[in-house]
Ligand binder design. Structure first.
Ligand code: COS
Length: 386
């Protein structure tokens, strides 16, 4: 076993850390308050290679591994989770499936502008009545010969109003249930595509989340991804990788809140000594550090399994479930350590606490992760089997 990072991975991590701490941090409270989209930083992240992290260099991507992606997600998420969710949805949910299952024509047409960050991507699976129960798709894609006619509404779409490209999951043969579902690449500029208002959210407030509506949208046959009826498995596999990104986001939130709480515990004095010399605070810091380390090992291992071409669905579900719980617990404790200061925006931990909550909900709730994990466990899958 080798737990060290390569020189390249360290360089990528340090670049993300520097960018997050020196550029993102300054305006993050203001962007959160006013729900301002971090457009200029998305452009900068494109220049830094973060918008095509794992995409092959021949399509203009950075060609990095999943572990590098996780390291970047972790560093961005210590500071600005609106930026990190944009990176995650774009890389894991929009680009990954096109690169993995798209035709060469689709890749050449869509990947270069996505990988540079010029075009933002979004993944449209959830619907007003189909979130966890993903097989119950109401959006239809009727086969009309030369094209599919797409109709329906998608909810809670990250990058909804900013995306130029949507990967859309829709039902073509309702009688076949999940085996009748397809995945399509849909351009935002096409007639019949529209978006709802930007959602006013508890956390990740400056990221763009909205409904996306499709009304009689003509999707050319060549824009279907994969074989006819492959859409549900495509969506599930996309989410397996997406969960590694969100697990890394949760890890970054926890680590960011912990670092702030640790620094504050040295500065703040009560009863004549720094608060971390009181056991009540010292033990909180010990528990936080231990849980973050456990989450980190799970997240990095899930990324490693994916890079090795091994089965990572179970590891991703476990990492996402555990890291998101650690993010929630750690941020609540970080606010507590800060006392009254933790309750005001200036100290950053209240925002991280608000951001943490969504990691237990999106890309599969904690309850769905337990469904996935328990089914595998009952089938006899041992986690350490490689
Ligand atoms: N990879 C590949 N195939 C998968 C898969 C995966 N990770 N998970 C399920 N499948 C396949 C199954 O093997 C099954 O295939 P067959 O019909 O050939 O046997 C098919 O998909 C249906 O699976 P299953 O019967 O398990 O479907 P369920 O309706 O019971 O749902 C869960 C499975 C709950 C795991 C799924 O609906 C899910 O993940 N829901 C959450 C979706 C989600 O994360 N939503 C939030 C979106 S935010 S972008």
């Amino acid at each position: 076993m080798n737990f060290s990072l390569t020189e390249e991975q360290k360089m990528v991590r340090d670049a993300a850390r520097d960018f997050a701490q020196t550029e993102l941090k300054a305006g993050v409270i203001e962007r959160d308050t006013h729900q301002t989209h971090p457009t200029e930083f998305v452009q900068k992240m494109g220049e830094m290679g973060f918008m095509g992290m794992m995409t092959d260099e021949k399509y203009g991507g950075a060609g990095l591994d999943t572990l590098s992606y996780v390291l970047v997600m972790e560093e961005l998420s210590k500071v600005d989770n609106s930026c990190s969710v944009i990176v995650s949805a774009h890389n894991s949910l929009a680009i990954w499936g096109i690169e993995k299952y798209g035709t060469e024509e689709q890749k050449q047409k869509y990947l270069p502008s996505l990988a540079s960050g010029e075009t933002i991507g979004a993944f449209c699976l959830s619907e007003p009545e189909a979130g966890s129960d993903a097989t119950s798709q109401r959006t239809t894609a009727e086969d009309k010969g030369d094209f599919y006619l797409l109709n329906g509404t998608k909810n809670w779409i990250t990058n909804g109003k900013k995306a130029g490209i949507y990967v859309v999951i829709a039902q073509t043969y309702p009688e076949k249930k999940h085996k009748g579902i397809n995945a399509f690449i849909v351009e935002a500029a096409w007639q019949g595509v529209s978006t709802g208002v930007k959602e006013d959210k508890l956390g990740i407030r400056s990221s763009d989340t909205s409904s996306v509506m499709f009304q009689d949208v003509k999707v050319p046959k060549e824009n279907r991804i994969g074989a006819d009826g492959f859409g549900f498995k495509f969506a599930m596999q996309t989410l397996d990788g997406g969960r590694i990104g969100i697990a890394a986001q949760a890890l970054g939130i926890a680590a960011g809140a912990y670092e702030l709480a640790l620094a504050y515990s040295h500065e703040r004095k009560t009863f004549g000594k720094p608060i971390n010399e009181h056991q009540a605070i010292a033990f909180k810091l010990a528990d936080m550090a231990m849980k973050i380390e456990a989450a980190r090992l799970m997240v990095y291992r899930a990324a490693w399994l994916k890079d090795e071409g091994l089965d990572y669905a179970q590891a991703a579900a476990m990492a996402k479930l555990y890291a998101s719980e650690v993010a929630m617990e750690t941020t609540v404790e970080a606010v507590q350590i800060h006392g009254g200061y933790g309750f005001v925006k200036e100290y950053h931990v209240e925002r991280l606490m608000r951001d943490a909550k969504i990691t237990q909900i999106y890309e599969g709730t904690s309850e769905i992760q337990r469904v996935v994990i328990s089914r595998n466990v009952i089938k006899g899958q041992t986690y350490l089997d490689l």
